[in-house]
Design a protein around this ligand. Sequence first.
Ligand SMILES: Nc1ncnc2c1ncn2[C@@H]1O[C@H](COP(=O)(O)OP(=O)(O)OP(=O)(O)O)[C@@H](O)[C@H]1O
Ligand SMILES: [Mg+2]
Length: 190
Amino acid sequence: MEIGRGAEAVITLEGGTVKKLRLAKSYRQPALDLRIRQERTLREARITSEARKLGVLTPIICDISRFELKMEKIEGEKIKDIINQDLSRMVGETVGRLHLGGIIHGDLTTSNMILSYGKICLIDFGLSFYEKTVEAQGVDVHVYFQTLESTHDHPEELIEAFIAGYTQTYPAAEAVLQRVKEIKARGRYL
Ligand SMILES: Nc1ncnc2c1ncn2[C@@H]1O[C@H](COP(=O)(O)OP(=O)(O)OP(=O)(O)O)[C@@H](O)[C@H]1O
Ligand SMILES: [Mg+2]
């Protein structure tokens, strides 16, 4: 049964397992397309598992082939549909833990977060990478703030709540949040 179709993957549910298959993109040169899909599949498998070791809830990866992952189905609701200040604060704590451990998610939208049994579960690590710079962390947080601003009412309160959670778990939060302001200003003048 198909349960989702993102920018580049089809998600199907088979028994209790989610299958994520990255489809070919005809606008890419074929050899490049193969390489990108393969790399993102591998990256997603690897970093989804690494994040778990940092205490960030992510799906258990069961199987990987060239363009396809099988993983645990996460029960719960998309944060996109239920976001509030409490949840945004929990997102802040989760992202703080991820950044502290040296992982950048790369696509921190509220569609890539599920509230499962009271905890935030992060999914969709295909664009993630290892980096500890303020710039990479700033871009990660900027993407989350932009999602709040474009898809949710009262983004200011949700942003404030995120900041509280992020600052609580990540000692270098202040520098990152300063950088987020700069990244936003940069965007306005590009
Ligand atoms: N492990 C999972 N458990 C439950 N639901 C999932 C799981 N993985 C994906 N989904 C659902 O499928 C949707 C799309 O999945 P995902 O975000 O991984 O793909 P995508 O957006 O196509 O990503 P990509 O950036 O790789 O193109 C999610 O928003 C979520 O609703
Ligand atoms: Mg997604």
